[in-house]
Design a protein around this ligand. Sequence first.
Ligand code: URA
Ligand code: SF4
Length: 229
Amino acid sequence: MARRTTHTAADHVPDSTDVTKLRAAARTCRGCDLYRDATQTVFGAGDPHARVMLVGEQPGDVEDRRGEPFVGPAGGVLERALADADIDRRHAYVTNAVKHFKFTPAERGKRRLHKTPGRTEIVACRPWLVAELAAVRPLVLVCLGATAAKAVFGPDFRVSRQRGQVLPPPEDLAGTAAGEGSADGSSASAAGPAVVATIHPSAVLRSRDRDDMYAGLVDDLRVVARELA
Ligand code: URA
Ligand code: SF4
């Protein structure tokens, strides 16, 4: 059968709460056009039952080639910031709002330039994120940057206004947290994971004020660490 692009990933997402099964199915996703030019689907990775799930934007050039999230320069910043905030990356699940690399070829040479995913791709790919949340059931969901925050909360969300706050999840993501139905009094209960938005680690790399930006990222992640404690 000819390859066909569908309107969203929904037709491709299996009814499963097993991350391994979701990852396998995502390899052949045609939920939007991004699969055409990218090397491969870059699905979430890490502890499948992590208490914290971190969501980035989309794979970058390095991630597209290697098939894993946050293994390039932004991943280095994230790794260091998590360590400085006392969050163990080995006990985290890391993913992206959009699972294929969106890029444009540089005018000269072979470099591929990152393009910010649009609303179409964010909406198309969201069923994977929802499925990952239902499978991992984290206590805390961290949105790294505007794309992730808009994927979770919708297009009106502003990271600059709400970063570093512990927010309730949007209605359709409630009920996807650990401890659902339990009476342990954790901040993420039947209401779903607590959500914290912060900047994207690559914003640190692009900034002229790297130290300040980095410190702000670590501060926000310390809020996450407190929620996990
Ligand atoms: N930036 C992201 O948002 N995600 C990655 O996986 C790598 C870079
Ligand atoms: Fe599917 Fe998401 Fe890739 Fe689009 S970006 S093809 S929705 S996995």
